[in-house]
Design a protein around this ligand. Structure first.
Ligand code: SF4
Length: 458
């Protein structure tokens, strides 16, 4: 059993704003000073090799707003927006298609949002047609979709299976009715169970549930009940996120301030409970920062084999694939660059309708960024660094290159969060909670603490 031996003083000491490192440089470093012409040179070079592809579609619509939500959404009850959006996605893919090497195979497909199941089944099938027209799926494609059980029918899932989806992820957050009311997301247990039953019947190979701690009215006792229910549902994976309160980015989160949010003490108690309960008797393996997977799950195997990756969709097993993303606000990633689409629906739609690339901002990745990105990725995924292996992989003398950064880990070592020796370093079980802080030591893009727009690290 994992015992998290962390005291509150450490949480207070290290709980500062910091990136989540789903990209490096972090998205706060993206700029509108890069033109599509500059970017397309990199994309063209990227497409000379038939590297694996990961394809992402952002479906922004939700019928109602959950007050904790940090996603880029469009709240509407008007389902007639769905088909127009799907056809616009078709135009966006068609515009990008000539840039893509036809030999590239899609090993990953992801529908995120918003709520992809806002689309009607007929619209899901139409989007499937578009995708299959432009992309060749690898036989072992990992195709995952975010599903909202509150507006789901069995036919949605039939349509998703028909177009190739084999994994699904559902937001639950908490089963406690009082918490659900406070976050404006009423989703009774039976609804989630029904969705899971349909998914299993239809052959979805892996089901993930998302939970969030740090929401109003949550206590260790109430969250324990939620975990009990979750365990009866036996999801293959769980993501248990700490609530990111960023009202300066998401003003609707201010509504949650009307209620008393759990104290850092309570959040820490809940986290300890989560880890102890989910890893008890080896039911789930603790992955990276906030994920849990059955020991036989690909994610757990990738972590054991040190092949885990981190990208905008969180932890992933598919190394070496480039992400081409479509839809408003979506972010694409190749080794040399990141680029993000227009973040507002009218602007994205206008660009796509005019036959333009809906580019909002981008970031080129320098050789030094690549060295730091790989280092931060290994810390976040492997919870360790082997200096000889990193030197070989990166073509540098790792210990020399990062002498200053490694020295700056001294306080973490003194606090029992990191163990260092001349050959490498290891994040301790307690240090896992602080891996964003540890990764920050290798980040040379960080603004001074008071000027960071990130969520807090713990
Ligand atoms: S359903 Fe998901 S994306 Fe939509 S508002 Fe709720 S949390 Fe945000």
């Amino acid at each position: 059993m994992n015992q998290l031996n962390v005291n509150l003083d450490l949480v207070k000491k290290y709980n500062v704003p910091g990136p989540r490192y789903t990209s490096y440089p972090p998205a706060t470093k993206f700029t509108d000073a890069i033109s599509w012409e500059q970017l397309s040179t990199k994309i063209e070079a990227n497409n000379r090799a038939p590297r694996d592809l990961s394809v992402y579609f952002h479906i922004p619509f939700c019928e109602t707003l959950c007050w904790f939500c940090g996603c880029t959404t469009v709240i509407t009850l008007n389902h007639d927006k769905g088909m127009g959006y799907v056809e616009a996605l078709g135009r966006e893919v068609a515009k990008m298609a000539p840039e893509l090497n036809p030999q590239r195979k899609a090993v990953q497909l992801h529908f995120g949002g918003g709520s992809p199941t806002f689309l009607r089944p007929v619209e899901i099938r139409r989007l499937g047609e578009i995708i299959h027209h432009y992309f060749t799926f690898s036989p072992d494609i990992e195709a995952s979709v975010e599903v909202d059980p509150r507006r789901l029918t069995r036919d949605h899932l039939v349509a998703l299976r028909e177009i190739g989806f084999n994994r699904a992820s559902m937001g639950v957050q908490d089963f406690n009715p009082r918490v659900q009311e406070a976050i404006h997301r009423i989703q009774p247990r039976e609804m989630t169970q029904q969705a899971m039953d349909w998914m299993r019947e239809l052959g979805f190979g892996s089901i993930n549930l998302d939970l969030i701690y740090g929401l109003p009215f949550q206590t260790p006792a109430s969250f324990n009940e939620t975990l009990d229910i979750v365990l009866t549902m036996k999801p293959d994976r769980l993501a248990v996120f700490s609530y990111a309160h960023v009202p300066w980015i998401k003003p609707s989160q201010k509504i949650l301030e009307r209620e008393v949010l759990p104290t850092p003490e309570t959040k820490l108690e809940v986290l300890k409970l989560v880890i102890e309960k989910l890893t008890a008797d080896g039911q789930y393996v603790y992955i990276g920062m906030d994920h849990f997977a059955k020991p036989t799950d690909e994610l757990a195997i990738a972590q054991r084999e040190k092949k885990l990756q981190r990208n905008f969709q969180g932890y992933s097993t598919r190394a070496g694939s480039d992400i081409y993303a479509f839809g408003m606000s979506s972010i694409s990633q190749i080794p040399e660059a990141y680029w993000q689409n227009e973040k507002e629906l009218p602007k994205w739609q206008e660009a796509v309708d005019a036959g333009k690339v809906p580019l909002n901002r981008a970031c080129f990745v320098t050789d030094e960024d690549k060295i730091r990105r790989e280092t931060i990725m290994r810390v976040m995924c492997d919870l360790s660094l082997d200096f000889a292996a990193m030197s070989q992989k990166l073509g540098i003398n790792f210990a020399q290159h990062f002498a200053g950064e490694l020295a700056s880990l001294a306080p973490f070592e003194a606090d029992g969060l990191v163990k260092r020796n001349p050959a490498g370093l290891e994040v301790t079980e307690a240090g896992r909670l602080f891996i964003r802080n540890i990764a920050m030591c290798f980040d040379n893009t960080l603004a001074p603490e008071g000027q960071r727009r990130h969520s807090k690290t713990i």
